[in-house]
Ligand binder design. Structure first.
Ligand code: EPZ
Length: 449
């Protein structure tokens, strides 16, 4: 297929790079934005009603714009504003007439699969592109499909799409074979309008699931057990509009705390939810970072002491988050000793390792999911390539402490989930700037995974 030429404005940002000169300790305070992964799930919930839903504390990141496009293509009215006071989206699906999620959009954001359950619940049918794999793994959605089939949905695969149909969604007893965040969210959004009771066991307990359940309850859904591994839902016949404030982003908060630590700084992270940061805070303390909880929404880190190696094993919430593995691996390169890092959630989430090694890190990969970090290693600036959202964050942290000026390519990955990150970091002393490439190749088919 010939490369489709995109208007230059769409490529703007795709070819951007970060230029980071390491060595400055981060000092001051940084405000955390709303949680991208909460917002993506909550933006699908308005599909379940014809009334207006207002979501506040929406992060200004690329994935949110992608979901806006996805909903608008179905016929939903989506306003998205980031004025000083805003960071708000207003979504009305009254005119949603086309329950279809096109490949062109889904291929740039796997979380689009989140619309499958709500679309079937609303329209009785849906045609959603299969998400395909991504850099960190195959990421199948078999659990989404299995759960919907138990609820009376027939699902066929046609030309790369899932075509789902049902006469009436029925409550079911669903036991997930494995813990899946968006699988839990997708089926929860189907269950709230299903006939009768749905019991879901082995659910994900991530705060993003709880945030979605809070919104659905505000819309009139009847849900018990959100945030635990068993949820019980009484289906209702209709839901109404609501206004909801999105949780602060716990992954951004953990990333910033690690940035304060790796640079030997004195950084306070505000507007976060400390209750969601148990595992990362405990790991920072184990590594010798001074952590002070200043209140329910702010944490101070001081990285002025020596860092000690610590083992990390990623688990589902409330365990250590896989979305912070790369960032803490970067931190571990500066710690005295050997840190064993186990990635238990995704099968290919070490894409940042070779780039860190090119910067001078001493990391040995034992298997696709286990690595040993020998520290401390003096990092030197290099030109490196971002491969996915959280690997990008890992490379930013390494560049902040590396000797010299690093160039990070393909920062569009970072732009998917971190709002104005270079401005936030510059505001506390980082030497970081964005280098746009205005002569982006005109006929490059860019697929931002
Ligand atoms: C969510 O992805 C997050 N994305 C991910 O964040 C996060 O890394 C992940 O949960 C784990 O916490 C959003 O919420 C939009 P899973 P999700 O289903 O739901 C396997 C980021 O950086 N699996 O919990 O897609 C799957 O392959 C992103 O912000 C199946 O086998 O992850 C994985 O190995 C990256 N079959 C494991 O389960 C299924 O049907 C956990 O995946 C579903 C999942």
């Amino acid at each position: 297929m010939g490369a489709r030429i995109r208007p230059l404005r769409e490529l703007a940002g795709f070819m951007d790079k970060f230029v980071i000169r390491g060595g400055n300790p981060l000092v001051g305070s940084i405000r955390v934005s709303g949680a991208k992964n909460s917002a993506l799930a909550c933006m699908a919930a308005p599909i379940l009603t014809d009334e207006e839903v207002i979501l506040e504390n929406i992060p200004q990141v690329r994935d949110i714009e992608t979901e806006r496009k996805l909903l608008a293509a179905m016929g939903a009215e989506v306003e998205l504003g980031y004025g000083r006071a805003q960071h708000r989206t207003t979504i009305n699906c009254r005119a949603l007439t086309k329950p279809v999620a096109e490949y062109e959009i889904v291929k740039t954001m796997r979380a689009s699969a989140l619309v499958l359950g709500p679309l079937v619940a609303r329209s009785g049918w849906a045609r959603v592109s299969m998400p395909g794999g991504c850099a960190i793994g195959a990421r199948p959605i078999d659990q989404h499909i299995k759960g919907l089939e138990k609820m009376g949905v027939t699902i066929a695969q046609e030309h790369g799409y899932l075509v789902a149909r049902t006469e009436r969604l029925k409550g079911a007893h669903i036991v997930f074979d494995l813990i899946t965040v968006t699988g839990t969210e997708d089926l929860l959004m189907a269950a709230v309008l299903a006939e009768g009771e749905t019991i879901m066991e082995n659910c994900a307990r991530e705060p993003e699931v709880t945030d979605l359940a809070t919104l659905l309850a505000a819309m009139g859904a009847k849900i018990e057990g959100a945030g635990t591994s068993t949820m019980r839902v009484q289906g209702v016949t209709r839901l109404h509009g609501a206004r909801h404030r999105i949780n602060p982003d716990r992954i951004e908060a953990g990333t910033l705390l690690a940035a304060g630590a790796i640079t030997g700084g004195d950084l306070t992270v505000t507007n976060c939810n400390v209750a969601h940061l148990g595992a990362p805070i405990a790991k920072l303390q184990e590594m010798g970072v001074r952590v002070e909880v200043l209140g329910s929404d702010s944490v101070r880190v001081r990285g002025d002491g020596a860092l000690h190696a610590a083992d990390i094993s990623t688990e589902e919430y409330p365990g250590f988050p896989t979305d912070m593995q790369g960032q803490f691996m970067a931190l571990a390169t500066q710690a005295e000793g050997v840190s064993l890092i186990k990635e238990n959630i995704f099968e290919n989430r070490f894409m940042h390792v070779q780039e860190l090694v090119r910067m001078g890190a001493n990391i040995k990969i034992d298997s696709r999911t286990a690595a040993r970090v020998h520290g401390p290693a003096k990092l030197s600036a290099a030109a490196v390539m971002c491969s996915d959202l959280r690997a990008s964050a890992s490379l930013v942290l390494a560049a902040l402490v590396a000797d010299g000026e690093s160039i990070l390519d393909r920062v569009y990955h970072m732009d998917r989930g971190y709002e104005r990150i270079e401005e936030k970091l510059r505001g506390v002393g980082a030497q970081i700037r964005r280098m746009g490439n205005i002569f982006a190749p005109r006929d490059v088919e860019m697929v931002a995974r």
